[in-house]
Write a protein that binds this ligand. Sequence first.
Ligand code: FMN
Length: 297
Amino acid sequence: MATLLHIDSSVLPGEASSSRSVAAAFRQAWEEQHPDGTVIHRDLAADPVPHITAVAWSAGYAAPAERTPEQSAAFAVREALIEELEQADVVLIGAPMHNFSIPSTLKAWVDNVLLLGRTAGENPSAKGTPAVVVASRGGSYAPGTPREGFEYVRNYLEAVLERTLGLDLDFIVPELTLAPRNPAMSELVPLYEASRKRAFEEAAVKAKELAERLAACPPDRTPCDASPPGGHTASSPLPLIPPGDGPPGDGPPGDGRTGSAGPSTARPRRPPARRPGVRPAAPPPHGPCRRAPCPAA
Ligand SMILES: Cc1cc2nc3c(=O)[nH]c(=O)nc-3n(C[C@H](O)[C@H](O)[C@H](O)COP(=O)(O)O)c2cc1C
């Protein structure tokens, strides 16, 4: 059964919000393709997740048995959010532009789910999961526009969701959404309308395309028999700043032993490249749906 993780972060309700409306259209098309599917909906504006704290952050680097009660409680929130991400076959995120970047509520979600050794690092646990971001904005930051260099939504999400979490990222960008309300932008209303129309069309097309990909490669949720690699201990502390120059998800495939497997890997982890959205560089010999081997014990 396919699972969609649907995250909204607009402060505006319902149809007043471009990102909510376009994401809803995507979701509707996705649900039509997956009548038995599951949708996990997080509305970060209505129910914000907590900002990361020192306790929640350090809990991610402590073995479960070694966590203080405070750390365990704080980590439970992160665990729930991470599991939602890991369960998802498709991730849908409404990401309106707030002062050139993403809403702080969405940033808080990122800070909670990004955990080196699990969702980030050598074999990110959600690697290859298709993700569609609806990046609405009041103006336009398209290449060649005067504010091109002020765009920190797409750039940021590419760095964190694609190059760090390893998601297979795609964007829908409804732009110039303030044109109908701002007299100074009245000449841009036709461009806004065209952008809006295109966004809804893209939402329907992308939802259908992803459903077809999922149908061709149903998710394999068989847990690996192999025990996960050992967690961090006092004698093998994880650097608090991710090491290396390059993005963690871009390194060569590991054997599951190296790197920074954290205590949270105590649950079975998905091996890389067995998610429906994975697009391997070269076709594997047994077809695109063949499950990659589990990491060696
Ligand atoms: C706090 C806040 C800051 C905003 N900052 C920008 C901005 O920097 N650039 C921009 O183009 N639009 C900005 N806007 C406008 C929104 O991006 C625009 O209304 C967009 O449609 C919001 O997405 P939504 O319709 O899904 O809520 C801002 C809106 C809010 C509420």
